[in-house]
Design a protein around this ligand. Structure first.
Ligand code: ADP
Ligand code: MG
Length: 251
């Protein structure tokens, strides 16, 4: 067994909204280069989990650390910690009045104070990799949903995050655009990016994951290797969840 460094650790994480307990004690450790896919029924707390990791939500118990540094919205240097976490959502929220390139440059130049020349070079290389170099001077409205989502991924990568979080990034896309976004993520995984992915694309989850986390009602119900999870889930709850998917898939 190789001893990879732990990037992110959660210990007994608890999150509630008023009287609604959404995360009921999540413990999870993510190592360098690991790809963890979180699946589970709608409303089970997947997005909330990612939002807590990214410091967008305060937590009511437990602890989250990124390379040993505590993440909480009380942390004085939270903006610096958050820069180390790249997040891509379902809606790409690019600035409509800025070109693709300027959307990507904004974070590295304004928040990280990096040299423009170097960042432009990197942004262009990343755009080339996702097949959008020649679109760099266009505006978000001129791109398809799949293209915008690829730009959103590049924008996050350009900040040099320690870990990337993806929350159902293909859920709002037309079917023919899903593939081009998933392919970019597969390539990142191959290159060793550390990622937590929330998705309903089960084939993709099976292909990309080192580990599957099955979340239900705010608890980790199963944690398995993908083959084991998809061929032989341990719990009735996971079986039920996967059955629904197969049914939808056939439909
Ligand atoms: P998932 O992403 O797994 O579908 P979410 O994390 O979005 O689930 O939501 C988990 C639960 O928390 C749901 O019951 C949802 O209604 C509730 N919830 C999420 N965000 C808020 C909020 N800001 N205020 C109150 N309840 C919320
Ligand atoms: Mg969600």
């Amino acid at each position: 067994m190789s001893e990879k460094e732990t990037i992110l650790e959660m210990k007994d994480l608890k999150k509630s909204f008023g009287t609604l307990d959404v995360l009921k004690g999540i413990s999870l450790e993510i190592k360098q280069g690991e790809v963890v896919v979180v699946v589970g029924p709608s409303g089970c707390g997947k997005s909330t989990l990612l939002r807590c990791i990214n410091g967008l939500e305060g937590i009511q118990g437990g602890e989250i650390t990124l390379r040993g540094e505590t993440i909480s919205n009380q942390t004085k240097n939270m903006h610096l910690v958050r820069q180390k976490i790249g997040m891509v959502f379902q809606s790409y929220d690019l600035f409509p009045h800025m070109t693709i390139l300027n959307n990507i440059l904004l974070g590295p130049l304004k928040a990280q104070d990096r040299a423009k020349k170097e960042v432009v070079k990197e942004a262009e290389a990343l755009l080339r990799r996702v097949g959008l170099f020649e679109r760099k001077e266009t505006y978000p409205r001129q791109l398809s949903g799949g293209q915008k989502q690829r730009v959103a991924i590049v924008r996050a990568l350009c900040m040099h995050p320690e870990i990337m979080l993806f929350d159902e990034v293909t859920a709002a896309l037309d079917p023919e655009m899903v593939r081009e976004v998933l392919d970019v993520m597969l390539e990142l995984a191959k290159e060793g990016s550390t990622m937590i992915i929330v998705t309903h694309e089960m084939q993709f989850a099976r292909a990309i994951a080192d580990r599957i986390i099955f979340l239900d009602k705010g608890e980790i119900v199963e944690e398995s290797e993908p083959e084991a999870f998809f061929t032989n889930p341990k719990t009735e709850r996971a079986k039920k969840f996967l059955n629904v998917f197969e049914f939808e898939h056939v439909k």
